[in-house]
Design a protein around this ligand. Structure first.
Ligand code: 5HY
Length: 252
């Protein structure tokens, strides 16, 4: 099977990191490929504006992989806001899983409650929105941030690890968290070291989403052809968006 991991920001370093994290947990027969949008997009996603403008690039990569030879069997959206998840599910035949969705569900199997530790405070609201959307608020004890910009996670001088560990320890002490959800794809490689440092399971959403997609594909499960996630209706798109036109199906 082929699992396509799409990092919706344009950081090549972060795309390589999420690919390593996904490949580290994939089964021997699973081919994992990670991409960033060829058409471009935000260097990192730290606001609603960034997130909204990362979606066209994300959807282009889903459509490209869907039409690939061979086509990808499933998709991971490797950004903690799970941007464009519903639109991607309309486009893709195979399962599409966001890293926030997968990490929260995985953490809910590991204890009575988890806390999310993310990058900037301004993204905390989005994490709460997703916890609500996924029915995870009864498990989510807290959403915390450590004011480390996404791209600073890649900079050893930023001391990001110490700051994230400190916030996770506060989540265990003050929120009563029995598991920690990492709130950014750029933290994917920190989970094992953080689990040792914090003393509770630390969940990397990239790994959790890769295993979830792999499991769904292995069970032969994919969306039905009807309902909310049916293919988008044919429609003209104009101007700079004309490439997103949904062609009428060939009825021959
Ligand atoms: C992410 N941003 O996972 C989110 C994290 C965040 O570029 N990749 C990003 O802070 O929202």
């Amino acid at each position: 099977m082929i699992v396509k991991v799409v990092n919706p920001n344009t950081s090549g370093e972060m795309t390589a990191l999420v690919e390593r994290s996904a490949r580290a947990v994939a089964l021997p027969g699973t081919r994992v490929e990670a991409v960033s949008p060829v058409m471009g997009g935000p260097a990192s996603i730290e606001s609603h504006y960034d997130e909204a403008l990362s979606v066209p690039g994300l959807l282009t990569e889903i459509a490209r992989a869907q039409a690939g030879d061979p086509p990808s069997d499933g998709f991971v959206i490797a950004c903690f806001g799970d941007p464009g998840l519903d639109a991607a599910r309309e486009l893709a035949d195979g399962p599409v899983v966001g890293i926030a969705e997968a990490a929260m569900h995985a953490a809910s199997f590991l204890g009575r409650g988890f806390s999310v530790v993310t990058t900037l405070a301004r993204t905390e609201g989005r994490a709460w929105d997703l916890a609500e959307r996924y029915g995870m608020t009864r498990f989510c004890r807290g959403v915390r941030s450590c004011e480390i910009p996404v791209l600073a996670l890649e900079d050893p001088a930023s001391d990001a690890f110490a700051a994230i560990v400190a916030e996770a320890r506060r989540a265990v002490a003050d929120d009563g968290a029995e598991a920690i959800v990492l709130g950014c794809a750029g933290m994917a490689d920190l989970a094992p070291r953080m689990t040792a440092a914090v003393g509770v399971p630390v969940v990397d959403g990239v790994a959790a989403a890769t295993k979830t997609v792999e499991g769904l594909v292995a069970m032969g499960l994919r969306k039905g052809g009807h309902g909310e996630f049916a293919a988008p209706p044919p429609k003209a798109y104009t101007g700079l968006m004309s490439d997103f036109e949904i062609p009428k199906p060939d009825i021959c």
